[in-house]
Ligand binder design. Structure first.
Ligand code: NAD
Ligand code: MG
Length: 396
């Protein structure tokens, strides 16, 4: 029997983190939970540590460490702190596989640390790749990390590509990538109502139960904008080779179109345990706890062209990708600030994309040569976005 792989989960208490633990726990002979991290939900992290007995747990600060330490009493789990702790569990010599499931820019440095340590890296944290695309992919290549996409669309594309795919769409008989998008909860909401929608309405996704940030991103379709940029870096696709198709049932997770007109799609129930199990087991297959797709019950699969008036985020995603350099990092940072402000009811729903566009207009892109360039662009965009929100609040 082979030795179980040591699994590190960055962001274990989140939606992806918990789904990963669910899948891994079905295969104790294949995976051992080696390290877990959480930012706020220390009670949940304590429960997870008691159940999975990881070697390490990472929390944000000393107060949380003390609370966790008291809950764990026995010394089975060592508690580490903050970004250095996250980097340590991501790059630890005994870590075989890292699930990068922290939400947003906070995940960039530890996810990059896993790439630089040459790990098998399961990427849910798309923001990290969007912000730092060229630096991230260079780290993956140089350190021979195995990068596997967890985002359902990118995982579907990955499954629909030929096994011999060398990481670049050019010259392999591939025409396009078709990214499907459910259209979120507001696909058919009257435009005049969008100004007044609440955070809870925005987070009520019709097909997927996810964290609040990505749920809002799905409602604005900024999630798809980030995914366009993600597809560019993962698959070497040009903006012209990436098309978004609205597909409300979320059964076709995405497609690859070949030069001969063939379109290969990956289908399944909308359950993140499928892409997680695919990546964990890759190149094998294993049980994920996901039921069979009942196509007769689904009945029909609909497709439509996205409405760019309703969803200006898509236009901004293509713009950031074409501009390159720091532009995707600016887009991402402005979005993170805008989403938090919306969730705190300091910004109306339609203000999210207006704010991002304003910040992109104010901060022209510059070249990205290092992680410092990324972090500077991120900080500048956040500062601009906060000033924009403050100015708007004063005007009210
Ligand atoms: P979530 O909000 O449910 O969980 C986020 C996790 O990150 C939590 O464990 C939290 O403790 C941790 N975290 C948050 N802020 C942190 C910080 N500042 N420092 C350290 N840790 C921090 O989010 P989620 O829905 O699980 O999404 C996680 C990532 O996966 C996101 O990048 C999202 O875009 C991506 N993703 C999620 C889904 C999904 O179905 N949920 C699908 C595709 C991609
Ligand atoms: Mg997705």
């Amino acid at each position: 029997m082979s030795i179980p792989q040591n699994l590190t989960i960055l962001g274990a208490t989140g939606s992806i983190g918990l789904n990963t633990l669910d899948v891994a726990a079905r295969h104790p002979q294949r995976f051992r939970v080696f390290a877990l991290s959480a930012n706020q939900r220390i009670d949940e992290l304590a429960e997870l540590c008691l159940r999975h007995r990881p070697r390490y747990a990472v929390v944000a600060n000393a107060v949380q460490a003390e609370v966790l330490g008291r809950r764990l009493e026995s010394g089975a789990t060592e508690i580490l702190l903050g970004q250095p702790g996250l980097e340590r569990i991501a790059a630890h010599a005994e870590t075989d596989c890292v699930m990068a499931a922290i939400v947003g820019a906070a995940g960039l440095v530890p996810t990059l640390a896993a790439a630089r340590a040459g790990k098998k890296l399961l990427l849910a944290n798309k923001e990290a790749l969007v912000m730092a695309g060229p630096i991230f992919m260079e780290a993956v290549r140089t350190h021979r990390a195995t990068l596997l996409p967890i985002d359902s669309e990118h995982n579907a594309v990955f499954q629909s590509l030929p096994d011999s795919f060398p990481g670049d769409l050019g010259g392999h008989g591939i025409r396009r990538i078709l990214l499907t998008a459910s259209g979120g909860p507001f696909r058919e909401t009257a435009l005049e109502h969008l100004q007044n929608v609440t955070p809870d309405e925005a987070c009520a996704h019709p097909n997927w139960a996810m964290g609040r940030k990505i749920s809002v991103d799905s409602a604005t379709m900024m999630n798809k904008a980030l995914e366009i940029i993600e597809a560019h870096w993962l698959f070497g696709a040009t903006p012209e080779q990436i098309e978004v198709v609205i597909h409300p049932q979320s059964v076709v997770h995405s497609m690859v179109e070949y030069a001969d007109g063939s379109v290969i799609a990956q289908l399944g129930n909308p359950d993140m345990r499928t892409p997680i199990a695919h990546a964990l087991a890759y190149p094998d297959r294993m049980e994920a706890g996901v039921g069979s797709l009942d196509l007769a019950r689904v009945g029909r699969l609909d497709f439509a062209t996205p409405d760019l008036v309703r969803f200006p985020a898509l236009r901004l995603g293509y713009r950031a990708l074409r501009e390159g350099g720091t532009s995707p990092a600016t887009l991402n940072a402005a979005n993170e600030v805008a989403v938090i402000a919306f969730l705190e009811r300091r910004l109306p729903f339609l203000g999210i994309t207006s704010l991002i566009e304003a910040v992109m207009n104010e901060l022209p892109p510059s070249p990205l040569a290092s992680l410092d360039d990324v972090l500077r662009a991120d900080a500048a965009a956040r500062a601009h976005a906060r000033r924009w929100i403050d100015a708007m609040t004063v005007r009210k």
